[in-house]
Design a protein around this ligand. Structure first.
Ligand code: BGC
Length: 715
């Protein structure tokens, strides 16, 4: 079948009305003013044009797993999907193969539940730790983001369904996200914010892209021809179609004109009653000559070229029963690779059989992921406590029972759960300071160690707060940590912090009270099993930080977050330019508490035989990593580049490559290689990409601050 000619034929048969209807989605599904969609709980759909046998295609979120309803009215069936670790945790694995596997698993669920497009991955940048959706994004670094996204997209699309790379572009906050105007230098835009899209699009060819809510330089991104035609198509050769974010922008005709092919979910008046229908706006623009028919035809073709590849188009008979057991195992495996061991003073792994007490309500109310469109509806979430019990670890049963009873009691009284706009649970924060000194003294006597769980949740539509209970610990949490630490350490017992969070919190002021700190992120439905296997040592943590943990919030370079005026921002200036994350901390020598790329292991790795050579147009970096400890483990290595001083200033180092070993047994070694083209070393000088002449220093590191060897190449 010749797709292009099929598309031409289809378009030639379409009436103007049909063309207009195809570029506008059917509206928000599952609402009083709209029918149910093909797939209950999906985020949107394109129209069906029966006459031409063009079926409706279905779109559903998101980055941590397929979000559809698990229960359906008048139907006793269950439609659960798998909750995977959040993107930030997936990126902590630095493992392309794992991301591909997770993509394949989600792709299978998408296909088998009758969905055509997964609204993921999200590749916005961790510009500020308080962005409410950071958990849905991979990293503060564009290369790590891009590589994770590319592998994920390849995995999803290998299953015959489409991925959607989002939100294009410069959407790094939730505050006023639908109107805020981002102002950023073109250099930073190109090097930091567009880069993940550029690399992932070139490598993995996502079927679709979602423009963002915000404005850039005064225009909505969905209405910017410069972004959608010049950069995306002419420069990068994007061949898929572009959809808006849900209800984004304010002028449908401008969106079509600018190269935004599909307006989602359609029916903006559902959200803004003052608006006409998008179809009407487009028709009027055509009648007045503001929008020409050829442009509309181009948009229709862009959509159809992809639609003809979807399962909907080929009439695929989906099963509604993907293998959730297989995917649960992949979710578990991905979680195990993303756990980051931040501190370990002979605290972990726990000695086999030694009893320990677990504190913190998060052991029961474990946060598997964030809220909003990135939420998931799995059949279960194994809480941290359940996981440890299931694996037979020696948790203090009385303490566990106490928490179970206490939480039940609190939730059925003053702390009852309500529901928000996404139908997400809103759980009032529970008290944490539940043991007095005498009780802790007794517990430290009969246990060998203590675990303290700190949990945080955030989500779409709201940024996090620089407050106790969010970025900072609550008074209660501080008291709990201080009390447990004092009681257990007095008897020489270890105290271990478990961070069940989606984005950095302040740790500097209290990290000293712990002997070990494990960053569990928001690990999806297998949470407790992952934690149990890491603390008992059957899994050796191998994750490294995809984002910096600053010493204090005052050190964060994006001082303008979330924009001006402070009470209701209309503009946000990315004044820090390219100095985002470690590019800032390293260049300006601001020491973070845990740096980008950092993560410990239960074993040790030796880096040797580094070689950095120029071969034709490529720089080839190779090294040998050997496991010199006594436990099997995996190691992530990173290649940073320090460019010569030339016309434009450069960060002290920038990530240009990375890799991860296989599981190395004690004494085993592996040779690893990274190949870099000269273009991958380029900077944007304001007008174009240039590779400045001079000596480039290549730094091979175990983190951005732990550089193991360096070498130079003259270009
Ligand atoms: C989010 C998108 C999501 C869409 C559909 C929007 O609110 O920003 O990421 O894909 O909703 O649910």
């Amino acid at each position: 079948m010749n797709l292009e000619s099929d598309v031409e034929i289809l378009v030639s048969k379409m009436t103007l009305e049909e063309k207009i209807s195809l570029v506008v989605g059917v509206g928000m599904l599952d609402r009083k003013d709209n029918p149910k969609g093909r797939v209950s709980g999906a985020a949107g759909e394109t129209v069906e044009i029966e006459r031409l046998k063009i079926p409706a295609a279905s779109f559903a979120d998101g980055p941590a797993g397929l979000r559809i309803h698990h229960d359906r009215e008048g139907d006793t069936g269950k439609y659960h999907t798998t909750a995977f670790p959040v993107e930030t945790m997936l990126a902590s694995s630095w493992n392309r193969t794992m991301l591909r596997k997770v993509g394949e698993a989600m792709g299978r669920e998408v296909r088998e539940y009758g969905v055509d497009f997964l609204l993921a991955p999200a590749v916005n940048i961790h510009r500020n730790p308080l962005c409410g959706r950071n958990f849905e994004y991979y990293s503060e670094d564009p290369l790590l983001t891009a590589e994770m996204a590319a592998s994920f997209i390849e995995g999803v699309q290998s299953q015959g369904v489409g991925a959607c790379i989002k939100h294009f572009v410069a959407n790094e906050q939730e505050t006023n996200r639908m109107t805020v105007d981002t102002v950023v230098s073109e250099r930073a835009l190109r090097e930091i914010y567009l880069k993940p899209f550029e690399i992932a699009i070139r490598k993995a060819k996502p079927w679709t892209l979602m423009s963002s809510y915000n404005k850039l330089y005064g225009s909505y991104t969905s209405q910017s021809r410069w972004l959608l035609m010049e950069i995306l198509r002419e420069e990068w050769g994007f061949e898929g179609f572009v959809m808006t974010d849900w209800f984004a922008g304010d002028d449908a005709a401008k969106q079509i004109e600018a190269g935004n092919d599909l307006i989602m979910p359609g029916k903006s008046f559902q959200n803004s009653p003052q608006r006409k229908s998008e179809c009407e706006e487009i028709r009027l623009a055509i009648e007045s000559g503001d929008l020409d028919l050829d442009t509309l035809d181009e948009r229709v073709k862009a959509i159809l070229r992809i639609l003809v590849r979807t399962p909907a188009f080929s009439g695929y008979e989906y099963s509604n029963s993907p293998d959730l057991d297989v995917n649960a195992a992949i979710s578990y495996e991905a979680g195990c690779e993303g756990v980051v061991l931040l501190k370990n003073e002979s605290a972990l792994p726990l000695s086999a059989g030694a009893p320990f007490a677990v504190f913190g309500t998060g052991q029961i109310e474990t946060v598997r992921g964030g809220t909003g469109s990135g939420e998931t509806h799995p059949a279960y979430t194994v809480s941290l406590l359940e996981g440890m019990e299931e694996r037979g670890l020696a948790v203090d049963k009385e303490v566990a029972e106490f928490y179970r009873r206490k939480i039940e009691e609190l939730r059925s009284a003053d702390y009852s759960i309500s529901y928000g706009m996404w139908n997400e649970e809103i759980r009032p924060r529970l008290p944490e300071d539940l043991f007095d000194e005498a009780a802790l003294d007794e517990l430290s006597n009969r246990n060998e160690a203590a675990l303290v769980v700190i949990s945080r949740i955030s989500g779409e539509g709201r940024d996090r707060r620089l407050e106790k209970g969010d970025y900072y610990l609550t008074e209660d949490e501080s008291k709990l940590i201080a009390g447990v630490s004092k009681a257990f350490r007095k008897r020489g017992k270890r105290v271990i912090g478990i961070l069940n969070i989606g984005s950095p919190i302040e740790v500097e002021s209290w990290a000293g009270l712990f002997d070990g700190i494990l960053l569990l992120w928001q690990p999806g439905q297998e949470a407790g099993r992952i934690l149990a296997d890491v603390i008992c040592g059957s899994v050796n943590p191998s994750g490294k930080l995809p984002t910096t943990f600053p010493r204090t919030y005052e050190d964060v370079p994006s001082r303008s977050f979330p924009g001006e005026p402070a009470d209701n921002p209309s503009v946000v200036s990315y004044d820090e330019g390219i100095y985002v994350g470690y590019r800032y901390y390293e260049t300006f020598r601001v020491k973070p508490v845990f740096e980008f790329g950092f993560g410990l292991s239960y074993t040790d790795f030796e880096y040797s035989d580094p070689e950095i050579i120029l071969e034709g147009e490529e720089v080839i970096i190779s090294l040998i990593i050997k496991n010199t400890g006594s436990t099997a483990g995996k190691e992530v290595f990173q290649v940073y580049v320090k460019a010569p001083k030339g016309k434009i200033d450069k960060p002290r180092l920038e990530l240009r490559g990375f890799g991860k070993t296989d599981l190395l047994q004690p004494g085993e070694e592996e040779k690893l290689t990274v190949r870099l083209s000269k273009e991958e070393l380029a900077s944007f000088d304001g007008y174009r990409w240039i590779v400045e002449q001079g000596e480039y220093e290549f730094l091979i590191g175990a983190s951005s601050r732990n550089i193991r060897s360096t070498g130079k190449v003259r270009l």
